[in-house]
Design a protein around this ligand. Sequence first.
Ligand code: AKG
Ligand code: FE2
Length: 327
Amino acid sequence: MLDGDPELEELITCPEGILEHLEEYGVAIVRGVLSRTQCEDGLRSILQHQSKSDAEVNDTGIEGSWFSQRYPFRDDVLLPYDLPTVSENLTQILGMIASPLMELLGEEAMCTELAAHISQPGAAPNSFHRDHRWTQSRQVVSCFTALQDIPYDLGPTEVLLGTHKVPGSVENKEASSMKDRKYTQLRLRCGDVAIMDARLIHRGGARPEVLRDGLPMHRVLFYTSWRDWCCNAHNDDYTPSLLPEYVDRLPLKDSATWCVSGPMARRYPFRFQLFESLKGGASDGLGLHPFEVNEVQDSFEFDDVDIDDIPEDAEAMEEAARGIMAI
Ligand SMILES: O=C(O)CCC(=O)C(=O)O
Ligand SMILES: [Fe+2]
């Protein structure tokens, strides 16, 4: 399937090459991360969960605890870490790519998505999009795992290589001209993982209405996303697919713990903690972080800050925060 397609072969790398591939193309493919059996078990479990979720939505009318998005023939289903196969498969995947992810996003990287993209025959393509507003530096990386072979007509994800480096919104002139470029279909094989910078312009591919013989009805991509935990997580257009009870509670470096025992205590980005400690530990008294309840303190909003200008090291950060608070 991949053989003979030079463009796709260019994207294939070992875990050590992920960083370089992400810088150049915005996406990398690591082959054979999960075994066929792990994929088959994973597929079965996720599809069962999708039907159960569907029944729950029909019964209760509440969609948010089960799906993050639903379009005709296209579901984004939220996954519990303890659904059979989820944490086992995640552990296997992270065993191979946790170090490159930390290289890409820092040691404090946090899981922001744990879900599956499922498409069925007749699904229209998504419009080309980035998963969040363009930023100068890399903030979010998604890891899509193919639980089956994904040939050209099973709706592979389609990407515009290199567009993570092109500033602006997809509608802007420069970025939108990229849409005329030839897209690349991520025709993965069962068990492959595609690691993608979330700024890369991409879309879920169309599914023909008529299913070719031998193709499965559902195309299932099991995916997780990870976010640099120093960056600003508020008021951008990022709407991650994660069960609400997991938010800020699945740190990458502690995955071996939460994959077994469940989410950790909630953590805030270091600079929020720093801000709070410099403010003398001001709290709303409800156990909620001030930014969470959307209070603007001292007329200052973190979103006013260009996060790329914030220095990385703690001492400089402290100074920067002091400077900000003096405004
Ligand atoms: O289904 C896919 O291949 C990708 C979907 C996607 O990019 C999205 O929902 O943001
Ligand atoms: Fe997307």
